[in-house]
Write a protein that binds this ligand. Structure first.
Ligand code: MIG
Length: 817
């Protein structure tokens, strides 16, 4: 190890030991220059102590805490001068910190803190920390000891952690970074930024997710650096053998999350930071947005247009022009003289109304929100107590301090009027926070930080998250028993608990379509599964082909919304002529057919923490897949390869090992190889995994338009045993928390002459239908016999020519021979 310079400081060319107080005291001149500020490294462990599931290790100056959080998660914290900061995190609710079974060992060279699955080794001589599994396989280890540097201007420290980076190691995650999936060789910074028309590789963007997954020798682990200050990540950019992360302040505090499967790393990250809330079903339909639709008659004709053209749609959005002079929580009475009437009318035709909200509150003494906020001292202030004032859409504004719990509570109540008017969802914009001209707040703005206080350096990256939290929690109260829907632009780890995210102001280009596919996969493996892009591109004008291809990606985006800036051409599914309208309708209809599957996939995220979009690498954890970026799975069963390039009529698609079925013609493909798939504009490559039971609903013009009379189940043959899930509930209430839901498990197994389907049902919900219509694909034999719970039944032929069975939803076992 290189020699540490930290204990030596040069004073007038003479080396003086910084730690030796005596030497200082024997110097007569008290105005001698203080010790120079240098980077200090941990030296060697002198002793340790234990408190419950935390172990503390010390050198001359610093303390390090190693805390067992769960069987697979261990937290490391550094206190440069021995005192830790308050243990508070917006990302990790304290209830998510479990105590597990653990073990402690000391030998000559090291201390070892272990759980049933992972061991954290702390070297005595150099304080290097490593993590290994039960077999002693090292997943990640320090390259140099944790280090820090005092920050004389603000207090506190710059804090650093440097791990070794093996040549074959690859890295994933960090949220919305608009670049290739593998982050190796790159450096990033996290500082939430309003980045209109961002470009490939631009950094930072709107969100800060300081969490990555490393993959080394087929083994995955995660590092979550829970620090809200400006953080940096370097994956071998500066030095190819090192991966570093550091911050301009706060604590060096990170969670090691064990794999070895990538999907489990993400799942466990969700255990720490929470999963997406279960959205109302309508939030998963198609949404139409624009900056802006007004006046009221425009919304009415838009709604009519959708219905008369028979293009399904669940939500229409009101961008900033619905407000009176951009004052939040008000209506522009000229454009919207009767908002309640309008929203009711739209609702009667199956449309939910979602409105935008911004953090900037117009400074206007006659505006109740400003007056109340001012009286209650809810707006952010500068270091010297001036108000934080800046220009945004309404003109000169002040900004609520969403890090104050009272302010969040208050903000939540402000939605009363909009909720009374019938608003069903809220879109939180500009919450990086964005300020015209200077970009964001200056660093000296002070924040409550839930009582832990901090300047904007500390609160910047969580400002947006706390805004959408306030919105979500407020709506939740006001809606009583209904689930709200919220989206946010800015966010930090854990934001998934309060809202969906969209990728911000993208551009109507093919490159941005590709970027979108990357960003959505990345957000998903970074713990933000409920994500979408502005379909069609926010700025600029797509042609019909680009728009339709974007709609196709949209079907497989967890959040499906078309949006566009005001200075662009019309951007509805019918805006590009009849030919494209037909394609757009077909794919939006596909989204609606797949809703039972999509909703079940959300349930798997909410309940179990599985990411919704999964890169091929996550399906097949082989480093040769690390550059496969243009195909991914949506949930566990559907693999798609959206067409992301102009003029393409065929695409090479890699299918992971196993058998797959073409969604359109049901033909079988062997995985583990690349297939050339022909794909005109009217189609796109969609594959279903063998053994899947894929539920499909009848097409509706909006969710819950009518009761489902019969549920379609597409059953794909396998010679393995494969589980599928179908989750159903009311779609918009909290009854599911009282077990009023159904979680159905289908277990499919087969061989060359037989296929068996078992059904297990859990929960107390009652579906509207009483039968399934099952169609069997890929049977390697001619089906002659079918027995349902031992009773011989009849197969018929489905319109597509495949064997079909209509069967009671209560069946337990079906055998097809
Ligand atoms: O300064 O509300 O990203 O979706 O349409 C622009 C107007 C403010 C930025 C959002 C965009 C929205 C727009 N907003």
């Amino acid at each position: 190890m290189e020699k540490n310079l930290d204990q030596e400081n040069t004073i007038k060319g003479k080396n003086i030991s910084y730690t030796s107080e005596e030497e200082f005291q024997h110097i007569n001149n008290p105005v001698l220059e203080p010790p120079l500020i240098v980077k200090k490294y941990l030296t060697q462990v002198t002793h340790y102590s234990q408190k419950e599931n935390s172990f503390f290790f010390y050198d001359d100056l610093a303390a390090v805490e190693v805390k067992v959080v769960s069987d697979e998660i261990i937290r490391v914290r550094l206190a440069p001068h021995g005192s830790f900061l308050a243990d508070f995190s917006y990302a990790v609710p304290s209830a998510n910190r479990h105590v597990a079974v653990f073990n402690f060992k000391e030998d000559e060279t090291s201390y070892q803190v272990s759980t049933n699955t992972v061991t954290c080794v702390i070297n005595k001589s150099d304080f290097l920390i490593s993590f290994q599994d039960r077999e002693g396989e090292v997943y990640t280890k320090d390259d140099s000891p944790m280090h820090w540097e005092e920050n004389p201007d603000f207090g506190g420290y710059y804090v650093y952690c440097t791990k070794t980076n093996e040549e074959s190691e690859t890295f994933y995650g960090l949220g919305d970074k608009p670049t290739h999936l593998n982050l190796r060789g790159k450096r990033f910074v996290n500082w939430n930024s309003d980045t209109y028309s961002f470009g490939f590789g631009q950094d930072p963007l709107y969100r800060s997710i300081p969490f990555y997954t490393g993959l080394k020798d087929g083994n995955a682990y995660g590092i979550f650096f829970d620090n809200t200050f400006k953080t940096y990540f370097d994956f071998g950019a500066e030095s190819p053998n090192q991966t570093s992360f550091w911050s301009e302040g706060g604590e060096l505090q990170y969670y090691y999350i064990h794999g070895p499967k990538m999907i489990d790393v993400v799942k466990r990250y969700h255990e720490l930071t929470g999963t997406n809330y279960l959205p109302p079903l309508w939030a998963l339909g198609y949404h139409q947005c624009r900056w802006s639709y007004y006046p009221d008659t425009k919304l009415e004709s838009l709604a009519q247009e959708f219905r008369s053209r028979k293009i399904p749609c669940d939500a229409l959005y009101l961008d900033i022009d619905y407000m009176d002079g951009y004052r939040c929580f008000t209506w522009n009475k000229k454009y919207f003289p009767d908002p309640k009437g309008l929203i009711k009318k739209l609702a009667s035709d199956g449309f939910k109304t979602v409105v935008i909200i911004d953090p900037g509150i117009k400074m206007d003494e006659n505006y109740w929100v400003f007056k109340e906020g001012k009286e209650k001292k809810y707006f952010c202030r500068r270091g010297d107590d001036y108000f934080m004032e800046g220009h945004v859409w309404p003109g000169r504004c002040q900004f609520p301090d969403f890090t104050n719990p009272q302010v969040r509570e208050w903000w939540g109540t402000l939605f009363q009027g909009l909720v009374d008017d019938g608003v069903a969802g809220v879109w939180n914009d500009m919450n990086e926070p964005a300020v015209f001209g200077r970009g964001t707040f200056p660093n000296d703005v002070r924040h409550n930080y839930d009582g832990y206080r901090g300047s904007h350096r500390k609160a910047h990256n969580i400002y947006g998250m706390q805004m959408v939290r306030a919105t979500y929690e407020g709506l939740n109260k006001l809606f009583h028993k209904k689930r709200p829907f919220t989206i946010t632009r800015a966010g930090y780890s854990g934001t998934q608990r309060y809202g969906a995210v969209w990728t911000g102001d993208n551009v109507a280009t093919w490159e941005h379509l590709r970027l979108g596919a990357l960003q959505l996969q990345r957000l998903s493996v970074s713990g933000m599964s409920f994500c979408g892009t502005d379909i069609g591109g926010f700025s600029g004008d797509p042609d019909g082909e680009l728009f339709s291809r974007w709609i196709q990606l949209g079907v497989f985006s967890p959040f499906m919304r078309a949006h566009s800036a005001g200075d662009t051409g019309e951007r509805e599914p019918w805006s590009f002529g009849e030919y494209f309208e037909g394609i757009n309708r077909k794919f939006i209809e596909l989204r609606y057919k797949l809703l039972p599957y999509i909703y079940s996939t959300f349930w798997e995220q909410t309940r179990y923490g599985y990411p919704i979009l999964r890169p091929v690498l996550m399906l097949e954890q082989d480093v040769s897949n690390s550059n496969r970026e243009e195909e991914f799975s949506f949930g566990d069963k559907i693999l798609v390869a959206p067409i992301l390039r102009q003029g393409i009529t065929s695409k090479k698609v890699y299918l992971p090992k196993g058998r797959w079925y073409d969604y359109w013609d049901h033909s079988a493909f062997e995985g583990g190889e690349v297939h050339e798939v022909s794909t005109s504009l009217e189609t796109m490559p969609i594959f279903i995994k063998e053994g899947t039971v894929l539920p499909e609903a009848p097409v509706m013009q909006y969710t819950n338009e009518k009761a489902i009379e019969i549920m379609h189940l597409k059953v794909y043959h396998t010679d393995k045993e494969v589980n599928s899930f179908l989750y159903e509930d009311h779609g918009d209430s909290y009854a599911y928390e009282q077990q009023i839901y159904l979680e159905k498990k289908f277990i499919v197994s087969g061989d060359h002459g037989k296929l068996t389907i078992l059904q297990e049902v859990d929960g107390l919900f009652t579906e509207s239908y009483s039968e399934y219509e099952m169609v069997f694909y890929g049977l390697p034999f001619e089906a002659k016999n079918v027995r349902v719970d031992g009773v011989l039944s009849n197969l018929s032929v489905h319109t597509d020519g495949f064997p079909k069975l209509v069967v009671s939803k209560g069946f337990k076992k079906i055998i097809v021979e």
